[in-house]
Ligand binder design. Sequence first.
Ligand code: C2E
Ligand code: CA
Ligand code: CA
Length: 729
Amino acid sequence: MNSVNSHSHTILVVDGNEESRIAISDSLSAAGFNTVEARNAKLALVYYKQVHPDLVLMDLDLPDVAGGLELCAELTTLAAPANVPVIVLSHHNEMTLAATVFDAGAADFVIHPLNHLVLVQRCRYQIRASMTLISLKRRERILEHAERIANMGSWEWDSKTGELMVSREFNRILGFAEDRKTSVRDVLEKLPESERLKIIRNFQQADSKHQGRITLHHRVSSDTGLGRTLRHEARFVLHNEKDYSVYGTIHDITEEIAHKDQILQLAYYDTLTQLPNRTFFKTHLDHAIKQARQKGHLLAVILLDLDLFTRINNSLGHEAGDELLKKVSNRLLRTFDDARCTALNMHAIDPQAPLENMTDKIARLEGDQFAVLINRFKRLDDIILFVQKMLKQLVTPFTLQGNNIVLTASAGIALYPVNGLGSEMILRNADAAMHFAKSQGRNNFHFYSSDIDFKSKERLSVENDLRHAIRHNELELHYQPKLHLKNGGIQSVEALVRWNHPVRGLVSPSQFVPMAEEIGLINELGEWLINKACLQAKQWNESGLQPIRIAINLSPIQFRGSPLVQMIRNGLLACRLAPSQLEVEVTETVLLEDTNRVLRTLDGIRNLGVKVALDDFGTGYSSLSYLTRFPFNTLKIDRSFVSQCIRKGQAAAIIHTIIQLCKNLNLEVVAEGVETHEELKFLLDHRCDVVQGHYFSPALSAEDLAQYVRQQSWVTLLADPVTTANPSR
Ligand code: C2E
Ligand code: CA
Ligand code: CA
């Protein structure tokens, strides 16, 4: 590009003197240039615009203008954008003239008489210089476009002059006017305080060796107030022992980071609660374990799982369940100003992640399961305090769709390195400990021990056995009588399920019914129970006994979408049983479920002609208003009040009040768990309607119950107090 191939270059020769003009033109042509001749200023301008010459050679002596300086100015202005050099010829050897000509923008000034050989050389030189300039400018333009496309600016700083040179894009990114002469100070002023110190420190470190490279991310303030993030790279280049330059680029990566954040958000955060997810937690744990191994530290993983959450989720619907989970996570987050646990470390996933985003200390592993890693504790007591604090966050009931929801949670704790060396193992063991805490009655926590492992395996096998027992008709129903105090007759019998495990012996329904709820077997169990009870009533009828009503217990979960009313109707129809021979007992917890659905189901059951009893009254959280809103026939006072009615005035007062309330609401009232003569007497005195309890009989097998009824075994027990009871009844 730099070698001037004269054949392709055109020179405009402007000269009023024909002889001189032709002579110049001839020598240029001989040197291989194309020439165009203009004999006056006017033509010079016309030709210039037509031929776009590569160089202009003009004499100041022209016929149509005085002095020619004006034309010189006009031509140089025209020629400047294209970098076309203008060489001025003059007959006057004057300094001031030369200065004026150069000021006007001329590239050279040549005095007559001309040496044509030298003139040709000067033309060659000027064209070459102009071509170099043009190509430089072109490269600069390319660079500028490239920088714009890449969203990248560049700068250079020279140690000798202390001057900063920046590209237009550099200015644009920093929010300066593009052609501003930006100084180092201008740049520093664009940085937030903390970032400024960071950069200065980085550059000083590198500068101390006058070499090296720097790559750092920092923010700059922008006019909109939204900071932008730049990736800043710089290289020190040493020229000699003391002089050096620094070349740098800045790259606006704000969007890139936002995209990356989005991707990280999707991959490592839970969309519902915005908490870190299992993947994040596990990576964080891996990272923490690595550090703990090096430093010989202990770690503790706490796994927290809500108790019976599926119950709420299924009854209130998943949307409400989600809402509740959000509320729970917000509550839990309050525990975490606690210094004992550190924020989940995003650097474990992305070393470039900005630190200020890392404030999450709790993760949601799945469904209703949350996890925390504690890495700053001295004694196990610290962890216990912490877990207790977490569990306590849930104590206050949650309000959801107008319902009061009482939630508890169970937690399991596993320690590194005691309970496992890898994250997988530790999580698994924390999970086992959590399940153990649940099996011990929930709303509790437990540390992992190998013992638990055994127990949780055992639990798994019990679960399988239960599934088997339900499906293979290995459960039994026992029946406990409920007796009318007024006439000494049998009011009904309560069907209580029994499981005689081949190895474990009798397993209590308080243990395996919740298990059936948890593992999704409760509807199967319920259906079996309904059919079994109907069948039993029918068999007793057929054996010649008086018609006995059987009360069955329903779990709240059976109100969630299972066709409960249909099931009961089918059971009755299959045995051709009068609906009055069936009763259902539901506990107050059912009222915490979706009110409308529960109401619909209870109404459906009552419309069949089946009675409905409210069980365990007084132990739940429901209000008395439920008694008027729901269609109960009967209310059962919980055993705990009955067992205390003699010793504790408060229990006695509660029973008294409940009985009065039932009278007013026209509800039949049953006292359960009657164990002693005194209790019976108390209940008689307070005009309770029906009693049930070991004082009369435990739950009996079908045959024993039939025997019990035939022999009227309870009559003598009732006889004594009846005579002593208030005769006004
Ligand atoms: P529940 O409905 O409150 O049943 C009464 C429980 O009290 C029964 O325990 C019964 O044997 C016991 N009981 C009765 N009289 C006395 C007494 O005088 N003293 C004492 N200490 N206890 C007495 P069980 O059979 O162990 O049942 C426990 C719970 O398991 C039941 O409480 C009920 O909630 C549930 N359950 C039992 N069978 C079924 C069933 O077929 N389906 C469902 N969903 N739950 C059932
Ligand atoms: Ca019951
Ligand atoms: Ca009960």
